[in-house]
Write a protein that binds this ligand. Structure first.
Ligand SMILES: C[S@@+](CC[C@H](N)C(=O)[O-])C[C@H]1O[C@@H](n2cnc3c(N)ncnc32)[C@H](O)[C@@H]1O
Length: 201
């Protein structure tokens, strides 16, 4: 049964920050590109002391996420149907996010499409502005070329520190990693994820 859409999908008034949605003031975490909802429906269950926003631009995917969410099991989850880009700061209060999760962002493999990739300097700067100092960004991608691109973009940005000896790790050493639909698919095709971990300075 599709969970209560009005409960989960945020409708913001003009200039209202997403932070207002939870009245309890708990630490706020963001997932970008929730896809079919594995992470946003599972991870928050083991972190009931935190609140989570799943940001997903596709209406179809939002509906799939809703199928996995339950008002009873996921009281600390809401969904935001928006595209994350350099304008992301308009949705959140400055320095308010305690952590960000991005699993398998669209790689846009063709060179002429690289400008569509999420990880660009203007996005990283805007994201840093809404993250608390010390907050972490966890990223995974099966796409080796995009992993190298992501590392290069973070390296150029003055706002982040790489937290791994090797910036691209081929094994999931990240706490309580949730295997998503896309990760499972790509593993079966022989493309395991590359993991990256950064801290907002
Ligand atoms: C390759 S899928 C991965 C989904 C999920 N994270 C997983 O690992 O299975 C990428 C997802 O991110 C969404 N997406 C892509 N770009 C986005 C953006 N800029 N903002 C929000 N969602 C985005 C897509 O609609 C899609 O659901």
């Amino acid at each position: 049964m599709i969970a209560d859409r009005e409960h989960f999908v945020i409708e913001l008034a003009e200039d209202q920050p997403v932070n207002d949605i939870f009245a309890d003031g708990r630490d706020l975490y963001l997932e970008i590109g929730s896809g079919k909802g594995e992470f946003i429906s599972q991870y928050p269950i083991s972190h009931p002391q935190w609140n989570f926003i799943g940001m997903e631009m596709s209406e179809k995917r939002i509906r799939v996420c809703l199928n996995k969410l339950s008002v009873e099991k996921n009281p600390n989850v809401r969904l935001l149907r928006e595209k994350a880009d350099a304008g992301i700061a308009k949705f959140f209060l400055p320095e308010s996010l305690c952590g960000v999760f991005i699993q398998h962002p669209d790689p846009w493999p063709k060179r002429r499409h690289h400008r569509r990739r999420l990880f660009q300097q203007d996005f990283l700067t805007a994201l840093a502005g809404i993250m608390k100092p010390g907050a972490q960004v966890q990223i995974s991608t099966d796409h080796a070329d995009y992993a190298a691109w992501i590392v290069a973009e973070f390296f150029k940005s003055p706002h982040y520190l790489c937290l791994q000896d090797d910036p691209i790790q081929g094994h999931g050493n990240l706490d309580e990693h949730v295997v998503t639909w896309f990760e499972r698919e790509q593993r079966q095709l022989g493309y395991p994820p590359n993991f990256m971990l950064y801290k907002r300075i």
